[in-house]
Ligand binder design. Sequence first.
Ligand code: AGP
Length: 611
Amino acid sequence: MCGIIGYVGTQRALPVIMEGLKRMEYRGYDSAGVSIMDPVGFFTLKRAGKLAVLEGALEGHSHAGTIGIGHIRWATHGAPTDINAHPHYSCRGDLHLVHNGIIENYRELRDELTALGHTFVSETDTEVLAHLIEQELQPGVPLETATERGLKKVVGAYGLALISAREPEKIIAARLGSPLVLGVVPDGSLIVASDVAAIIAHTRDVVYLQDREMAVLTPKGYAIRTLDAQEVSRPLERVEWDIGSAEKGGHAHFMLKEILEQPDTLNATLLGRIISGEGLVKMGGLETIADRVRNIDRLIIVACGSARHAGMVGEYLIEEYADIPVEVELASEFRYRRFPAGGKTAVLAISQSGETADTLAALHEAKRRGLLTLGLVNVAGSSIARETDAGMYNHVGPEIAVASTKAFTSQLALLVLLAVYLGRQRRLSHALSEELLHGLSQLPLQMGKVMQQAEGIIALAQKYRHAERWLYLGRKYQYPVALEGALKLKEISYCHAEGFAAGEMKHGPIALVDAATPTVVLAPRDSVYEKTISNIEEVRARGGAIIAIANDEETVQRSLVDHAIIVPRTLEALSPLLTVVPLQLFAYGFAVARGLDVDKPRNLAKSVTVE
Ligand code: AGP
């Protein structure tokens, strides 16, 4: 998830663009760049690293140009380097472009354009767009028409802005799947950006572009049209947010924003990876080692915290669908084990940040043993991403809140895709795989239904804000969800919350149950539902409120629980992606009710780079 911005108007473009990039820094921060145009040509500067590096490089520059574009990057294709930073240009260098999204067919387009004589300088998917539009920009063809023709060949998602020396007063912006908003400034200037946060300091009057729409911005005004050249007229909207909340999408905290955006981030994770109808998945990052992956006969997953809980769901998934023995290890413990491992053992490191010291140490141990190493990482170019033999990126954009939410559900989705990938290399049938992938593709919609209950779940948490001790119970696929729910609550509200395998209760933990200790039970209609109901009855008999996450009201009708939060039904292997969402919302509401700093809880850091 990157941030793009374009400005045309009466002011100097550079300060407006740099201030806008700063407001979008939370969207991605591994490289940045600007291009300002004036009658002489382009002034362009791009730097890897945080925005401050570009700001430092710009010191002393005060370009007078009143039209320009800028970009702050969250790398998806190509490491965070100066060359891979945006803007990207055409061969002639007279067309500059910034982009947020993923061009799925960029390899095919790059080959076609190379055959037509185009030369590429970066490793990015974005650069293809600049050459694609250049190819259409024949004499007499307006910039918007060339853009329209080029974009019709694109498969993927984009929010883009481009400028060209051929029509030096024009910015073209286009959107498909990645947000774009146009700000109309009282002085007549126009700003187009990925996020209101980049605009709100200059104007509150905005127009949100919709998918397959294009905006043409000039100092004389703007026009919106569809990619089929149909004119669009849409009234201005008034943004009431303050700047601070604009970065959080109008929400009070990043954590709530990141919980609620999970249907979108799940779509981003799945984009281009399900080959529907064939029961197959496309895992570009594994293609180079497909044969080595085909030969593994054991998988060890190493991770910490939420990432380990995701790995525990992956253990069930991969054993069930790929028939490969899996063990999940605490990364911080793994390095002390003298684990017997043959050459066909692979180690999968799961890490949102890609910088967790314990997970990195476990990875080094696996490499020292000469094992195949795979990564499942959100931050492109991070240490773990760089040091594994191959891997998969989450593509969910930066996760700002310390408590992991959108990265966690993305990890679960990628583990489903990995189970299918491994399974179809082995004996997983087309039918079973197709059933799983179809269910996976329905999850963003189903997750959206859970989000509609957000207010009620947050209110329920507030009712329980005085409870100091919590138990979370789950069986099989729901056991890791119970651990995750307990971790969410304890890390942002500092009260004791413990997750247990529901079957383990009678072996000691049930002694903890009393009237002051609420219990949260994961009870979807799965293969162990009746056993979970028995656990609920055991807890019921000993007092304490019970909150169930269920697929229907039966658990309530059987007067077993005090509250039931209903989530849509899906395959057992997919249900953790839905049952975890109420626990995220509940933890959020509970911590807010206790007046705590939800996004930055005490004693914690987003990336634990110390052992
Ligand atoms: C999760 O909410 C916590 N912030 C923490 O447990 C986290 O999952 C753990 O530190 C691992 O981080 P990573 O995914 O970046 O490796």
